[in-house]
Design a protein around this ligand. Structure first.
Ligand SMILES: [Zn+2]
Length: 149
C-alpha cells in the first residue's frame, strides 16, 4: 500500500486502519490533527494499550503525510525476530517508527480506536455474558504471528 501511495497516488495523506479496528467518535481527532505522522491510541489483543513507550506508536490506525512515505527508503515495514528465529522482537509498528525517527519524523497521538478481540460467550443469568481471557488472547496473538505468510 505504501508503494502504491508513493508511486501511483497523488493525494497528500494516507490513512490506514487495520481490518479488526473499530472507529469510535474519538477516532475523528486523528483526521483533524495536522502533523506528518498521527496515530490513535490503540489496545492490543491482550487488552493492554500498545506501543506506549517514548516515540512509539501503533500502526493500527495511522495517518501519514506523503513527505514521510517519500523520505523513508523501503521496506517501510518488517517483523523482526531473535537470531534463532524463535521469538518476534518487533512488530511492523516498531520497525516503521524507528525508520521514521531516523528520517526526522516524530509521531503525534490523537484520538482513540477500538480493537475487535476474541472473547468467550457464556450463558448468563440475564442473557449472554462475554468473558475476556488475557491468557487466551496472548496465545491467539502468538498463533497468528507464527502463521503469517
Ligand atoms: Zn505493533
Amino acid at each position: 500500500m505504501f508503494k502504491w501511495f508513493r508511486d501511483e497516488c497523488t493525494l497528500p495523506w494516507l490513512l490506514t486502519i487495520d481490518d479488526d479496528m473499530v472507529p469510535l467518535s474519538e477516532t475523528d481527532e486523528l483526521v483533524h490533527k495536522d502533523a506528518p505522522i498521527v496515530a490513535t491510541r490503540a489496545w492490543a489483543k491482550t487488552g493492554a494499550e500498545s506501543h506506549t513507550g517514548p516515540g512509539e506508536f501503533s500502526m493500527a490506525c495511522l495517518k501519514v503525510h506523503r513527505s514521510v512515505v517519500e523520505a523513508i527508503e523501503p521496506p517501510w515495514f518488517a517483523f523482526e525476530y531473535t537470531d534463532d528465529g524463535a521469538a518476534q522482537t518487533s512488530c511492523e509498528c516498531g520497525y516503521f517508527a524507528r525508520k521514521a525517527r531516523a528520517a526526522g519524523f516524530e509521531c503525534v497521538h490523537a484520538g482513540k480506536i477500538g480493537h475487535r478481540i476474541t472473547v468467550t460467550v457464556v450463558p448468563g443469568e440475564n442473557g449472554p455474558e462475554m468473558i475476556f481471557d488475557p491468557a487466551m488472547a496472548r496465545i491467539n496473538k502468538q498463533f497468528l504471528s507464527r502463521n503469517k505468510p
